[in-house]
Design a protein around this ligand. Sequence first.
Ligand code: PEP
Ligand code: MG
Length: 907
Amino acid sequence: MENKKVYTFGNGKAEGNSEMKNLLGGKGANLAEMNLIGVPVPPGFTITTEVCTDYYTYGQEKVKEMLTKDVNAAIHNIEKLTGTKFNDAENPLLLSVRSGARASMPGMMDTILNLGLNDEIVEGLSKKTNNPKFAWDSYRRFIQMYGDVVMEMKPINKEDHDPFEEILDQVKEEKGIKLDSEFTVEDLKDIVGRFKKIVRERTGKDFPTDGYDQLWGGIFAVFGSWMNERAILYRQMEKIPDSWGTAVNIQAMVFGNMGSNSATGVCFSRNAATGENLFNGEYLVDAQGEDVVAGIRTPQEITLEGSRRWAKLAGVSEKDRAAKFPSLEEVMPIVYKELDDIQFKLEDHYRDMQDMEFTIQNGKLWILQTRNGKRTGAAMVKIAMDLLEEGKIDEKAALKRVDPIKLDELLHPVFDNNSLKTAKVIAKGLPASPGAATGQVVFFPDDAEKWHNDGKKIVLVRQETSPEDLAGMAVAEGILTVRGGMTSHAAVVARGMGKCCVSGVGEIKVNYKNRSFEVDGKTYKEGDFISLNGTNGEVYDGKVETKVAEMDNDFTLLMDLAEKYTRLYVRTNADTPRDAAIARKFGAKGIGLCRTEHMFFEGNKIKAMREMILAENSEDRKKALAKILPYQKEDFKGIFTAMAGLPVTVRLLDPPLHEFVPHDEKGQKEMADQLGVSVEKIKQRVDALQEFNPMLGHRGCRLGNTYQEITEMQTRAILSAAVELKKEGVEVFPEIMVPLVGISHEFEMQEKIIRDTAEKVFHEEGMRVDYKVGTMIEIPRATLTAHKIAKTAEFFSFGTNDLTQLTFGYSRDDIGSFLPTYLRKKILKVDPFMTIDQNGVGQLVRLGVQNGRMEKPDLKCGICGEHGGDPESVKFFHRVGLNYVSCSPFRVPIARLAAAQAAIEDK
Ligand code: PEP
Ligand code: MG
């Protein structure tokens, strides 16, 4: 409570500077800095973010007591600099009160303008400016804003009207006018009277007349708005801690609504949507800030070029444009020139694209705010690469400027922003796989294929998905599942396919029988259109326009730069040649995880697989497996060829066998007919395979160690494919990976089967290939005994999906039932299946690496769980010394950038 709480600025001097964002908030720090570099800013002061914390700890009275002396002194400083007086009718000073947190939270908190007016002061202002209409218009705006923000006159719900807007409408109707600007002074006086009356009626209090009372009300309202619902939600989305608090910025008002020589606007030093290096923005003559965003009047473009481009798009002729919507460049050329110089100066100073607010009062330009502008993923990449080329930033800074997650926008279809504005959200789930999808609802994978073949775009809606649904998923624009988390089958597969997926949408009730789902009382039938936003988890009613993302030269430049700085390299999780090829295009250095199970579902493979499952003994199993062998071999040839010259880690069969058999009667009947056995027999086998928690049961190396024929067949398929390709001159580096090892002996048994089979294959083929045998580390016990496993294992790949499941004891597929509550109650900060839990699961990874390298100092260690594509997790894996991460193809560029950033941050 002892620290300095109020920092003043004005007239080229400031107590703060841009380094002090934590204390002064982004806006306050930049207001100070602008003063220091000679940019015209209305004088004022900033109350620090620490006071916000005090406000929530000690309450209003105490904070007022602590601050009064400093605030009064700071007000006197403004009075001195402006030659005006606060709370004075002769020569009034009016104030603006604005929030400003460390990280920008646009529009989330409250602002009050024109503070300091009452019935006498408005007359004083009117006389001083000789502009009664301006004075009374400012007064009615002040009551309206202060009433809404401080006195809580805002509409209570959607049906409730804003009482102030209602009065404005009434007066307009009585006077037969349409626009606010048509009000006369008498109208405005009448409105002010009515406003004050409704405040009294609604709140039981009179509108405060003392300037200092108004000021404290405003300061506390801004602190209070830190905890309003939308600010809390925004912080959750942007991962901004609640503890940061907001600063309050109080400044002398400058007025853009003093007539035709005044204006207000917003501008950007580059284009925030495309990144194009072109100054742009909008303004309105004779207006205050909120008019530009309110949408009542059409804002005009700042530059002539922007204005001409706008006119072309809007279908406005050049003559009409120049007459009705001229640019600021044309209307106020001298002020425009000054603004243009300032935007250059600010961008040069901050070395980043600036988003600025300005006001012109009677021909004098004032800058009210500057900040690094928010931008799309495409703009982010282009601006970083352009600034690098212009010599404004160096390579490391350019790499750090791009948020890896934002690269998603460049790789997937995205929604058209205008269409999104009017889209109706009907439900929300987990953003399982990014991108945008619009299509007709279907519920069954075979229907998905049929509809797709008929040329329709479809969204597959499932309770959950299983490997059987793969073909249907592959043709869908997007996938929605009611159950399942970020590592559910649907999520993992969709990410692999680069397909949009929203999972765990619990609000939706699916009725497969009626081919419909219900949400919020509305029923959607098969064929109805819905849209999915895989980037934020929203589900929309009907069609929302999408556009295709494009990769360009700047993206390539960025990736080349990432390559230059990275230590951790990136592989991909890929099960098909197509996915492997995509990942390679994105710069993957091999395959870190090829899940072989996905290969068993196509065509005849599933039939042979089911024969193997039905087999009563080893001989019969071998026979069935012999049928699968040639298919597996072909699959591996395809993948090895796509990754020629690079290592490919193939994992032996992992999932429990029940995933390969049908659970419904229809499916079982089909299987019985296909294999020529009774339905009874199928049912019996399916029942026997049933497990309570299949993820803890007969899977992973437990399969290969109980049915060693499976490991033999898969090894044979992998290595004979490798030998054949070697004979054709293709370079192959197979790595055979054993899943779910918890005991070193489990690995040793598998390794022996693999090595024996390899020798047989090499002997038969008359040629050897280099290959490695390693293991997944995904069971906590394996991390603790890693030194023993490393005696024989040639590499480790951490399976952080299972490791997270087993460390937390959370079932991977059922976390959706309690995760939202856990996040809301802050028991968990983030979904641990999405971002690695550094303090728990992450420590096991660290230990596993240390233990393994104790035995083999240069043991190659990677990670192939879903965390391999999450930037924060990638940085952690860099720090614990992994050699590589492996992630789904569309995440490869994200992981590459995050890895490069980790290397830079390391130094
Ligand atoms: C893991 O467990 O992290 C892993 C990569 O394997 P899967 O997701 O197939 O179990
Ligand atoms: Mg696993």
